[in-house]
Design a protein around this ligand. Structure first.
Ligand code: RET
Length: 280
């Protein structure tokens, strides 16, 4: 009966399967998940407090931005408590001379809760930026749908089998969708913001530029950690944690404080927002 333990007699590589390797979060990863959970809860409370200080008609950015950190808090709670994660089974083929190939089995944690978070929060972040720029409805819809395609195909990539073209195929589709998002924000968003006012244009340029840099780091981290598996699960958690704090609470603080000082950023929502259907 073959055993699961490696036998290596006289330097001949074993043809029996190795013991599977488990790549899981350690203490630093788990602590980081809790820390980010707390940061997201505090940010949600701060943004809610800021919303209460302005009339309902001026709360659009507050509502969107608070929802972003609430979704993040929920997703981090899931990950910190060990939910929203699956052990992805990876078989790595090892070729040997003269003896049959062996397979090195790895189980790596994939936090799918992230993709649930991103599929809800990245469209909301785009909505914040689109409203700021004054993007038209058609462009907003295209940017948001491309963004959802980017996240969902990224999820498929994360679960794609190792050693098949399928995984990097999904990754490529996700990157193309990301270019569509950038296109709408960088080309249409900039033009629309410039048409609004100089102040709005320069603020949009700064915050959208910051967003572009932070967002572009995600597919890079993904490629190293989830794609090529050259980063430990802990390092991956920490890298995404830094990016998530920049992309949500820091982005939100910047947007809401600037909005408070710059009346040109206001969005006219008509009667419904403050007074309900049929409201004036
Ligand atoms: C994936 C992998 C597939 C290729 C691309 C990706 C892009 C992800 C991005 C995520 C942004 C997340 C944010 C979270 C908020 O806190 C899915 C990693 C292009 C851009 C801003």
């Amino acid at each position: 009966i073959p055993t699961a333990s490696p036998t290596n007699i006289g330097g001949i590589p074993s043809v029996l399967p190795d013991k599977p390797e488990y790549q899981v979060a350690g203490d630093s990863g788990k602590t980081t998940l809790w820390v980010v959970f707390v940061i997201m809860v505090i940010a949600s409370a701060v943004f809610t407090g800021m919303a209460w200080r302005v009339p309902v008609t001026k709360r659009l950015y507050h509502v969107i931005t608070t929802l972003i950190t609430i979704f993040a808090a929920i997703s981090y709670f899931a990950m910190a408590t060990g939910h929203g994660v699956s052990n992805n089974h990876i078989k790595i083929r090892e070729q040997h001379d003269n003896v049959p190939d062996t397979y090195h089995e790895v189980y790596r944690q994939v936090f799918w809760a992230r993709y649930v978070d991103w599929s809800l929060t990245t469209p909301l972040l785009l909505l914040d930026l689109s409203l700021l720029a004054g993007l038209n409805g058609a462009n907003i819809l295209m940017a948001v749908i491309a963004d959802i395609i980017m996240i969902l195909t990224g999820l498929f990539a994360a679960f794609g089998s190792e050693g098949t073209p399928q995984k990097w195929g999904w990754y490529t589709i996700a990157c193309i969708a990301y270019l569509v998002v950038i296109w709408h924000l960088a080309i249409h968003g900039r033009a629309q913001a410039a048409a609004k006012s100089d102040k709005v244009a320069s603020f949009f340029f700064a915050i959208a530029g910051f967003t572009l840099i932070v967002w572009t780091a995600y597919p890079i981290v993904w490629g190293i950690a989830d794609g090529s598996r050259r980063m430990s699960v802990d390092a991956e958690i920490i890298a995404y944690a830094v990016l998530d704090v920049l992309a949500k609470p820091i982005f939100g603080l910047w947007l809401l404080f600037t909005h408070a000082k710059m009346p040109e950023t206001n969005v006219d929502l008509g009667g419904f927002w403050a007074n309900g259907l049929g409201g004036e």
